[in-house]
Design a protein around this ligand. Sequence first.
Ligand SMILES: Cc1ncc(COP(=O)(O)O)c(C=O)c1O
Length: 405
Amino acid sequence: MSEPDPFRQGAPNARDAVRALRPSQIREVANAGFGVADVLPFWFGESDRVTPKFIRDAASEALAAGATFYTYNLGIAPLREALAGYVSALHGQTSPDQVAVTSAGVNALMLAAQLVVGAGDRVVAVTPLWPNLVEIPKILGASVQTVSLEYGPLGWTLDLERLLAALTPDTRLLMLNSPNNPTGWVMTRDEQQAVLEHCRRHGIWIVADDVYERLYYGDGGAHADDAGAARSAPSFLDLAARDERVICVNSFSKAWLMTGWRLGWIVAPSALMDDLSKLVEYNTSCAPSFVQQAGVVAVREGERFAQELAASLRESRDHLVSALAQIPGVDVKTPPGAMYLFFALPGAERSLDLCKSLVCEAGLGLAPGSAFGPEGEGFVRWCYACDPARLDLGVERLRRFLARR
Ligand SMILES: Cc1ncc(COP(=O)(O)O)c(C=O)c1O
């Protein structure tokens, strides 16, 4: 037997903060179903439809024209200008120097956190929540306190006083996602106003994840489209001046079905842009050049598509809610935003086990509520961004599965 090497320092482990990150429970369910031939996958946050052709054509043309080089860190000027115009139309005057292009929403969230959060900082997040918002500050050494939404007859609602009480003066950052993944909860304008004023008083940063803002089914008010529907969920951008401690994160993934393209953006005070540019340099250097060019076309020519998508998702939501409501034991409400139903059903008090059984025994792929924090236990998430006929097939599988139990 050879002697132990004195220069070896134990197993080659990652940092403690990284080792402590939660692995994806949705992935765990998907792995459990590996080998099951016929699974209906409603577990991921993505439509079953391909990106619109006019956007794909724009990328092909940009590639053919040789758009294969690095770009500026903060994005090509035409895209920053197009996005500034888009954000201005939805949320009030925004200039290109307040917009940065990112490699999708995930990267935008990481950059936003890197801008303002360091080791030992206190971060507050409203949950249940897509895990990235809770885990990203932990990668940076921050501690995260969660404030849970509450479930009742009106669906998921926020106890505003509890959130304000958690936002103590020593809090560095509030992470919020509205419309929310997984619950579909949407923060009201009044709640945003109260939170903004509180954060202003204590110098707390707000990172608002607005990636589902176009998937909103509420009242249109002043921002209605031709059919009277709202063009966007309420956003802090409607209330805050552009030089406040507010960073809004957005993405091309949801409004224009561009998940695989990895393109997004940040709206932030222009005073942050030089530092943000350095962070982009050290993370990704820039978003892909031909993808950015296609992004210009998506923003400039994709308004009708975004509105039609929201209208068809609203129909899918209503379709699925009424079908699920007929299954005994299922407690489902109609959420005002995003593209998920987060509902309770028998057996979901152990949602991970239930979802594994559903995939293996019924060929139905749902995400366990516990994947979105302990507050999500008792629920499952169903992404309804797909053909209604497939939704019906899934509902029938769920009905039979529950009847057998
Ligand atoms: C709440 C939320 N934020 C951000 C994202 C990031 O999406 P992307 O990185 O594709 O832009 C997602 C994706 O599902 C999400 O659910």
